[in-house]
Design a protein around this ligand. Structure first.
Ligand code: NGS
Length: 247
């Protein structure tokens, strides 16, 4: 496969893709998959983005000749959005279905280079270092949010993400610290390959206690994460994705 850059205009054009299996699973027909990628998306209340994301991502991922399934993990209450907890839930569901490669993606981020492979390697990867709204510049070196890949064994090793970040900001920095604590340093592909476009939306108000939580991040690592995760959920198989509704 040759790397190909996709123009932002083409992102919004309806592109052809093969119909995935019910639940948004796509299995390569011409080679047995060695590994399958779980694309896990925390979600609430952004129907328009979801529609664009699903149609574009199936098209994009199928260019990469990988096997994958898209999981949409939706928060079904009016409390502040808990992005990291939704990712923990999605990861557990994916692991239960034998996925060993986890790709966490926000619903508003669309990759523009087919060389940005949605698969896992030895180290976790920050996949979206060059986003158009930041003029394709990385805001800071330790940024580990937006779209990342990580193997499920590494995710379990660091006890997943913290469940305690309500509202916008900080949970990804906390996760980065967990990895560093275990001497795992994420890496990046070149900015050219890591190009994304972000779908437009109003900026959310940052949560007020995120810095306070971050300060005590390492104290909580053992007790706050996959080991303390409790939730109720319903799983439904939709034509383009597996829907996990979480309370
Ligand atoms: C940091 C946030 C991160 C966030 C990053 C990029 O300031 O959670 O900005 O945000 N950390 C804290 O607030 C402690 S972005 O510019 O992409 O909207 O991911």
């Amino acid at each position: 496969m040759r790397n190909r850059e996709i123009s932002v205009g083409d992102v919004f054009r309806m592109q052809h893709f093969e119909k995935p299996n019910l639940g948004g699973e796509y299995i390569q027909k011409h080679c047995l998959p060695y590994k399958k990628s779980a694309i896990i998306v925390p979600y609430r209340n952004r129907k328009h983005h979801l529609h664009t994301f699903l149609n574009y991502m199936h098209y994009f991922l199928q260019q990469q000749h990988i096997s994958y399934r898209i999981f949409i993990v939706e928060q079904n209450d009016d409390y502040s959005f808990n992005r990291a907890k939704l990712l923990n839930v999605g990861a557990l569901e994916a692991v239960n279905q034998n996925y060993t490669c986890l790709i966490f993606s926000d619903v508003d981020l669309l990759p523009l280079n087919t060389g940005n492979i949605y698969a896992c390697s030895r180290l976790p990867r920050h996949m979206c270092s060059a986003i158009d709204i930041f003029r394709f510049n990385l805001p800071y070196e330790g940024l580990f949010g937006g779209v990342i890949s990580i193997r499920s064994d590494q995710f379990k090793l660091v006890n997943g993400m913290s469940n305690e970040y309500l509202g916008w900001g900080g949970e990804d920095d906390d996760f980065y610290r967990r990895l560093k604590h275990h001497n795992i340093t994420p890496y990046r592909f070149s900015p050219q390959v890591s190009k994304y476009t972000m779908l437009t939306h109003n900026k959310e108000k940052p949560s007020e206690d995120r810095f306070e939580k971050l300060e005590r991040a390492s104290d909580r690592q053992q007790i706050d994460g996959l080991t303390s995760l409790s939730y109720n959920h319903i799983v439904k198989l939709k034509s383009l994705y597996t829907h996990i509704l979480v309370k």
